[in-house]
Structures are given as structure tokens and as C-alpha cells.
Design a protein around this ligand. Structure first.
Ligand code: GLC
Ligand code: MG
Length: 429
């Protein structure tokens, strides 16, 4: 919350399953495209919020399975749990609000009387969320009967049906929409209301997000029937909401372009970026671009072309040093020379590189210290390096003149790496 000193340029509030994450795309290409766009153009002055139906346990599991970025704010369990930052510090004020007119034991007691309802896994039953599975054709009648029972007990609850199978019971003041409204109110009090907010979703529990005033919204192309129906009945004439023609994260990028919220070309969509003139030059972009080249080089998706290496070397300070996670050191230029021997070593194999939490700090008029987490997925193995890069621009006033890499320091990030033995890994960058 305090990372940005002023209003966020853009705040994206996105659902995960079937919105940010395409479970039909085993290569995660649209997610990786979004990641590169976010880290190169938005991370430094914008906010990323994930809003999921998943509990913290299943959310963390998804992060281990998919190349998801670290959000600034995580809203879990259908808007009943809000946490901040990488450390996921809970918002206790929100919990207080949710306790009003809520009695979890009565909710469970009453729901047990409905044989149509099947309780979900233990991990998904949370202090302010009780969840079941119910067949599509029974959902409406069961919800109505449940509501009547709860009212008799003086409870003020909300029932949400999603994905044609999940039924969630929450306090009336909970839900993804209310959680977002709570956050916006907090930002407003601090004088840091985001300049623009874009909400993104695909299913029933996302509908509330689209009813928050002032926000832009995108229903991804693969949105569920229940969300499209809600939209047709409640928000049909709202020009700030679109139904994208692209699936999942590609639909989010489409919406950024449609509403003119900022750049929406992912660096992953630029093939010859060593040549390209960039619309938005900043140190984050420089780092994203390099690691993307590194991935393509090892996958042999760029030509084995000597001028590429020469141009990379030209961006390294001749006395610049790279300290590897193993502790060994070599000059940055030697590191580039070392890339010759690994050209195409991942061709036709599962190999992806993405970077997360790129945070540039300006340390002098033309020098930045850029911290980031560099992830590498190779086959089944996934590992993370905490990376610090010092880069400077030749001319502070015109950074588009190009950056010079002065120093790279990497250490293994144990907490974020599911790896027992690093000894066999080759690290060039
Ligand atoms: C996620 C949660 C589940 C919930 C569903 C819909 O799948 O794990 O508990 O019912 O979202 O909100
Ligand atoms: Mg979803």
C-alpha cells in the first residue's frame, strides 16, 4: 500500500482462474506476455491486485504452478481476506467489518439440511466463507431457500454462484466488489486514489467488481454464462465495460488498449527488440528486454547472430562485474561471450524466463539500482534469483539514448525456489 508515494497510474484488479491464468494454455503464453508488459511499463508506478475465490492455501499452490507475478495486494476467499505486499500482511480492519451479522456455525448448521449441497474441501472453508458444490439447475432454488433460513436467524449473508458449480456463502458486506470498494475508500482517505482502475473477470463471483462506480471493466472472451447474463441484465449500457474478443490475460491487454489506459504492447510481441525504438523507455524495460533475449537465445528463437552479442556487449561497462549466485565473479563482457556456448541448448524444451517485482530506484542523476526476482523454468524445475542491477543512462535527460549495465549481483532466493540442489545448474545471467 505504501510502496507508491502518489496515486497509482493504473490499478488492475484481476481474478486469477480463467482470467489472469488460462488453464487451457499449458505454455502460459498470454500470462507471460502480460507479465513482461506489467514489469516493463507499469510496475514502477501502478498497482497489481489479484482478487480470487481461492483460499490462501490454494492461492499459494497456484503461484507454485503458474508464472504469476507478485501482486501488491491479494484479495482471497471471494473478497473476505485482504493482504498487502509480498509478505501478505492481513488487513485486520476488514475482518472487523465482516464479523457484523455473521455467524459461521449457524451457516454450516442450516446448510447441512440441504442434500443438494456438497461441502468443499476443508482449505476452502474460511472464517467468512462457507463453500459448497451444487448442480446448475438446483442452484437458484437452493439459494433462495437458504436465504430464508438465514434471515430467520437474523443473519445478513450473501450467496454467490460461480463457474456453474460453486456456491459461496459470505457476510453481506463481503465479496470481491465490497473488498474493492473498501480499498478504494482507503486510497481516497490517503489522497492516493488510482488515476484509473481496471477490473477483470470471467465468472459469477466477479460480477460485483463490475458494479463499482468509476472503474473500467473487462469480461474476458471466455467469460462464463452467469457473468454474461449478469452483465446483460445489469450493466449492458455501461461503455466502461467490454467483453473482450481475446481470452484471459490477452483480454486484459486488449482492454488496456481499448480504454487507452497506457501502453499495451508486450515486449514479448516485439521480435527484434535490439533494434526497436521504444515508446516508454525506463530501466525496468531494459531489464525485461534483456531476459527475454536470454530466453529466446537459449530456445534458439533468435538467430545465432554475432552482432546481437556485440550489441549487448556495447551496453556493458567494460569494467562491469557479474557476481553469480554461487559467489563466483566474472566481467559482464565475459558473461556475454559465455552465451555463445549455450545458444539453443533449450531448443524444443520447456524453458521460460520471467522477471517479477522489478523495482528501480534512482541513485544519481543518471544511475538506477534495479532490484528484481528473476525466475527460470526449465523442464519441471523452477528457480528464482534475487537480482540487483546497476544501470546508467548516457544522458539523464534522454534515456532513450540507451542504458549501460554497470553491475549485476545475484543470490539464490531459497524461500521462492523449490529446488534442493543448485550445483548442476548453469548460470550465465
Ligand atoms: C475458488 C475457491 C472456491 C470457490 C470458488 C468460487 O475456486 O477455491 O472455494 O467456491 O472459487 O468463488
Ligand atoms: Mg475465474
Amino acid at each position: 500500500m505504501d510502496r507508491l508515494k502518489t496515486s497509482a497510474r493504473l490499478m488492475i484488479v484481476s481474478d486469477l482462474d480463467h482470467t489472469m491464468v488460462d488453464h487451457h494454455d499449458s505454455e502460459n503464453l498470454s500470462l507471460l506476455r502480460f507479465n513482461a508488459l506489467w514489469e516493463s511499463n507499469y510496475r514502477h508506478d501502478s498497482l497489481l491486485v489479484f482478487s480470487t475465490g481461492r483460499s490462501p492455501v490454494l492461492y499459494k499452490k497456484l503461484r507454485e504452478e503458474k508464472p504469476l507475478l507478485t501482486p501488491d495486494i491479494t484479495i482471497m476467499s471471494v473478497g473476505t481476506e485482504i493482504t498487502y505486499g509480498n509478505l501478505m500482511v492481513p488487513d485486520d480492519g476488514w475482518v472487523e467489518i465482516l464479523n457484523q451479522k455473521w455467524d459461521r456455525s449457524i451457516v454450516i448448521e442450516e446448510s447441512k439440511k440441504f442434500p443438494e449441497l456438497t461441502l468443499q474441501a476443508e482449505t476452502e472453508l474460511r472464517p467468512h466463507k462457507v463453500s459448497f458444490y451444487v448442480e446448475k439447475d438446483k442452484a437458484q432454488a437452493v439459494s433462495k431457500a437458504l436465504m430464508e433460513r438465514f434471515e430467520k436467524h437474523g443473519l445478513d449473508v450473501k450467496i454467490i454462484y460461480s463457474g456453474g458449480m460453486d456456491l459461496d456463502i459470505l457476510p453481506q458486506g463481503a465479496g470481491k466488489g465490497q473488498a474493492l470498494a473498501y480499498l478504494l475508500k482507503k486510497f481516497k482517505t490517503e489522497g492516493k486514489l488510482p488515476n484509473n482502475t481496471l477490473v477483470c473477470g470471467d465468472s459469477g463471483n466477479d460480477a460485483e467488481l463490475f458494479s463499482i462506480p468509476e472503474v473500467y471493466g473487462v469480461m474476458v472472451s471466455n467469460a462464463q454464462e452467469e457473468l454474461l447474463k449478469w452483465h446483460a441484465e445489469n450493466a449492458k449500457n455501461n461503455p466502461k465495460i467490454i467483453h473482450a474478443t481475446e481470452r484471459c490475460a490477452a483480454g486484459i491487454m486488449q482492454a488496456i488498449g481499448h480504454f487507452g489506459l497506457g501502453p499495451n504492447t508486450s515486449p514479448r510481441d516485439i521480435m527484434d527488440f535490439l533494434d526497436c525504438k521504444l515508446e516508454n523507455v525506463n530501466p525496468g524495460h531494459e531489464v525485461v528486454k534483456f531476459y527475454l533475449f536470454y530466453e529466446r537465445w537459449r530456445r534458439a528463437e533468435v538467430e545465432n547472430f554475432e552482432p546481437y552479442l556485440a550489441s549487448l556487449k556495447a551496453t556493458c561497462d567494460p569494467s562491469g562485474v557479474h557476481i553469480e549466485p554461487t559467489g563466483s565473479e566474472h566481467s559482464l563482457c565475459d558473461g556475454i561471450d559465455g552465451m555463445r556456448s549455450i545458444y539453443g541448448d533449450k531448443q524444443g524444451k520447456q524453458f521460460r524466463v520471467w522477471i517479477d517485482r522489478v523495482l528501480p530506484t534512482q541513485i544519481s542523476s543518471n544511475t538506477w539500482l534495479v532490484k528484481l526476482n528473476k525466475w527460470e523454468l526449465s523442464g519441471e524445475e523452477r528457480k528464482c534469483c534475487k537480482t540487483t542491477v546497476i544501470i546508467s543512462s548516457k544522458d539523464a535527460a534522454v534515456p532513450s539514448d540507451g542504458f549501460t549495465w554497470m553491475h549485476v549481483h545475484q543470490t539464490w532466493s531459497e524461500e521462492e525456489t523449490n529446488l534442493k540442489d543448485h550445483s548442476s545448474s548453469i548460470i550465465v545471467f
